[in-house]
Design a protein around this ligand. Structure first.
Ligand code: CP
Ligand code: NVA
Length: 308
């Protein structure tokens, strides 16, 4: 995987994803034992952010430091990209300075264009379509709490047409985890990603269900996931979305359809009282802070595998 871009799960083999998870477990052990692990000594990561971030920014920056390298935060407002310099020129120039680029942007096409012109690996730190670094951390969290991935059932309730739903669909299909997505009409996942995920699920022997019925989707779930109803960049639709998603809240009543030992995941930031109740996200089934921590370990694995 050296030199490869990390833009979406569909570009990776199942074995490669499992290898990244093994690396993440190893790196987490080193960090917990206080054992130095400078695999990326002298390596520099450039991080371009066109949207806000707490977890992604800090975990990448700390991760590079722990690996012996360095990260540079580049807000698109402060670099010439924000004043109209082209993606291709920016990618070509930055590739001459840094060893890897992480980008959080709006359109997925922009990151593909960036990767096309970059001569160093590009990591997707979130686009409107995909959030793969988050979902690798989610897989690590599920593996830690459930001891396996293949054969489990993950249920995602909420906005099916967002980055989290899409990356979860691809990742689940790759690792052989059943996935059900419950979303209101008008907020169903991207059709091309559905078709692709179905194909991948066929190969791994897992099932993919897309429905408007949250109770049905939740049946016997081992892992329950949701995300905000209004993603970054959709703020103008907030009122309309609040109404559309009313019956898609993850609450105690809905979770009664899941297995009794289900775990709850949310990439955060969360809106208590909207997509999830405080009772669930702050309750005994929730592993959201393990999940947030695992961003660090999962991303260090990506960086190590792509760059060393
Ligand atoms: N989950 C996630 O990507 O968080 P940030 O937006 O804070 O980076
Ligand atoms: N779907 C959310 C994820 C935030 C980490 C968004 O794009 O805003």
């Amino acid at each position: 995987m050296i030199g490869k871009d990390f833009l979406q799960f569909s570009s990776f083999q199942t074995e490669e994803i499992l290898y990244l998870l093994d690396e993440a477990i190893q790196l987490k052990k080193y960090q917990k034992q206080g054992k130095p692990h400078p695999f990326l000594s002298g390596i520099v990561l450039g991080m371009i952010f066109e949207k806000s971030s707490t977890r992604t920014r800090v975990s990448f920056e700390v991760g590079m430091l722990q690996l012996g390298g360095h990260a540079i935060f580049l807000s698109s407002k402060d670099i010439q990209l924000g004043r109209g310099e082209s993606i291709s020129d920016t990618a070509k120039v930055l590739s001459r300075y840094v060893d890897c680029l992480m980008i959080r942007t709006f359109s997925h096409q922009s990151i593909e264009e960036f990767a096309h012109h970059s001569t160093v690996p590009v990591i997707n730190g979130l686009t409107d379509l995909q959030h793969p670094t988050q979902v690798l951390a989610d897989l690590l969290t599920i593996l830690e709490h459930k001891g396996k991935l293949a054969g489990l059932k993950l249920c995602y309730v909420g906005d099916g047409n967002n980055n989290m739903a899409h990356s979860l669909m691809e990742a689940a299909a790759k690792v052989g985890m059943d996935i059900s997505i419950a979303s209101p009409e008008g907020y169903m996942p991207n059709q091309e990603i559905i078709e692709n995920a179905k194909e991948m699920a066929k190969q791994s022997g897992s099932k993919l269900m897309i429905t408007n019925n949250p109770q049905l989707a939740m049946k016997n779930a081992d892992v329950v996931v949701t995300d905000v109803w209004t993603s970054m960049g959709q703020e103008e639709e907030q009122e309309k979305r609040l109404e559309a998603f009313q019956s898609f809240q993850v609450n105690k009543e809905l979770c009664q359809h899941a297995k009794s030992d289900f775990i709850f995941l949310h990439c955060l930031p969360a809106h208590r009282g909207e997509e999830v109740t405080a009772e669930i996200i702050d309750g005994p089934h929730s592993v959201v802070f393990d999940e947030a921590e695992n961003r660090l370990h999962a991303q260090k694995a990506i960086l190590k595998v792509l760059l060393s």
